[in-house]
Design a protein around this ligand. Structure first.
Ligand code: PBG
Ligand code: ZN
Length: 328
C-alpha cells in the first residue's frame, strides 16, 4: 500500500485524459499569418532564411490566402516589399503615395475576401526609407516627432484602402495617438489599432530584414526599440499605448520575452498579441531540417507557451504548416 494520496501522474497516462485536463488550448482563429507582398501581381519569391515562407504578388497571395482560409486561418498581417526599381526616400513617403503597394494589395484582397478575412497591416517606414530606419533622420538621429506625420499618413492610407486593423511597429513615442487622431480626422473612427506596444531591439528579426529588405543602412534600432534588459519599461509602453487609444497590445519577440507577455497579461485587460518572429521560426526550421529537433513537437511547445503565458492572438509563420499537418 502506498501512502501517496496526491499523484499528479494519474492524469498523464491516457492521452485523451491529458487533452481533457489541458490548461492551454490553441484555436486556429487566434492565429495571424504574416505575408510579404510584392509589387508584381503574379510574382513569387522564396526567402532563403525562412524555409516555407515566400514573398508574393497580390494575385499569388490571394490564392495562398484562399487555401489558408480553408485551413482556418482568418487573419493576415501584411508587409510591403517594394521592387528594387522603386524609389525610396528619406521620409518613406512611397508607403502612402498615389500607387502605394500595401494600400493597393489591401483593396484587392478586400474586394476578393470581404469580411471573410481580417486584414492587418504593418505600419512602419523602414521598407520605404532610403536609410532603412523606421523614422526620419535629423542630425544623424532617428527623429521622433517628425516621423509621426508619415506614420499617420501610412496608417490612413491602409485603413482607407480597407485594412481591418493597422499595426504600428516603429516604436516612436506618441505614434498611437498620432495615428488615432489621423484616422479619426479621416473619418476612419472604426479602424482599430494593434500597437506593437512592447517591441524589443532584437537579433531575432534577422531573417525578416532579409525577407523585407528593411535592414538599416547604418547603426541599429536601439534608439527606438526597447532594451532587452527591461520589463518595467514594457508596462509603461503598454500603459502609454492604451492611453493613446490602442485597441490591442503586443509583445515582440515571443520566446525570449514570455515573462513580459505574462506581465502585460496580468496588468491589462485589452486583447494581447504575441509576435513569434522570424528568427524564432528560422531557428526551429534550421534545426529541424538537420534532424536535430522534432519540428512538430518543438513548434507546438512554443505555440502552447504563448497561450499559457497569456496571448490571445498569435502572429506566427508556423500557422499554415501547423494546421495543414493537423498539429493542433
Ligand atoms: C518593421 C518590422 C520588423 C518586424 C516586424 N515589423 C523588423 C524590425 O523592426 O527590424 C520583425 C518581424 C519578424 O522578425 O518576423 N519595423
Ligand atoms: Zn520599421
Amino acid at each position: 500500500m502506498s501512502d501517496l494520496l496526491v499523484r499528479p501522474r494519474r492524469l498523464r497516462f491516457n492521452p485523451r485524459l491529458r487533452d481533457l485536463v489541458a490548461e492551454a488550448r490553441l484555436d486556429p482563429r487566434m492565429f495571424v499569418m504574416p505575408h510579404f507582398v510584392l509589387r508584381k501581381p503574379g510574382e513569387v519569391q522564396e526567402i532563403d532564411a525562412m524555409p516555407g515562407i515566400r514573398r508574393e504578388g497580390v494575385d499569388a497571395l490571394a490564392k495562398t490566402i484562399e487555401a489558408d482560409i480553408a485551413l482556418g486561418i482568418r487573419s493576415v498581417l501584411l508587409f510591403g516589399v517594394p521592387d528594387d526599381s522603386e524609389p525610396k526616400h528619406g521620409d518613406g513617403r512611397a508607403s502612402y503615395g498615389e500607387d502605394a503597394l500595401v494600400p493597393q494589395a489591401v483593396a484587392s484582397l478586400k474586394r476578393r475576401f470581404g469580411n471573410d478575412l481580417v486584414i492587418m497591416t504593418d505600419v512602419c517606414l523602414c521598407a520605404y526609407t532610403d536609410h532603412g530606419h523606421c523614422g526620419v533622420i535629423e542630425a544623424g538621429r532617428v527623429a521622433n516627432d517628425p516621423s509621426l506625420e508619415h506614420l499617420a499618413r501610412m496608417a490612413v492610407a491602409h485603413a482607407a484602402a480597407g485594412a481591418d486593423v493597422v499595426a504600428p511597429s516603429d516604436m516612436m513615442d506618441g505614434r498611437v495617438l498620432a495615428i488615432r487622431e489621423a484616422l479619426d480626422d479621416a473619418g476612419l473612427v472604426d479602424t482599430p489599432i494593434m500597437s506593437y506596444s512592447c517591441k524589443y531591439a532584437s537579433g531575432y528579426y534577422g531573417p525578416f530584414r532579409e525577407a523585407a529588405h528593411s535592414a538599416p543602412q547604418f547603426g541599429d534600432r536601439k534608439s527606438y526599440q526597447m532594451d532587452s534588459r527591461n520589463k518595467r519599461e514594457a508596462v509603461l509602453e503598454a500603459q502609454l499605448d492604451i492611453e493613446e487609444g490602442a485597441d490591442i497590445l503586443m509583445v515582440k519577440p515571443g520566446l525570449a520575452y514570455l515573462d513580459v507577455l505574462a506581465e502585460i497579461r496580468a496588468g491589462f485587460d485589452q486583447p494581447l498579441a504575441v509576435y513569434n518572429v522570424s528568427g524564432e521560426y528560422s531557428m526551429v526550421k534550421a534545426a529541424a531540417l538537420r534532424g536535430w529537433i522534432d519540428e512538430r513537437t518543438v513548434t507546438m511547445e512554443n505555440l502552447h507557451a504563448f497561450r499559457r503565458a497569456g496571448a490571445d492572438i498569435i502572429i506566427t509563420y508556423h500557422a499554415r504548416q501547423a494546421l495543414a499537418e493537423g498539429w493542433l
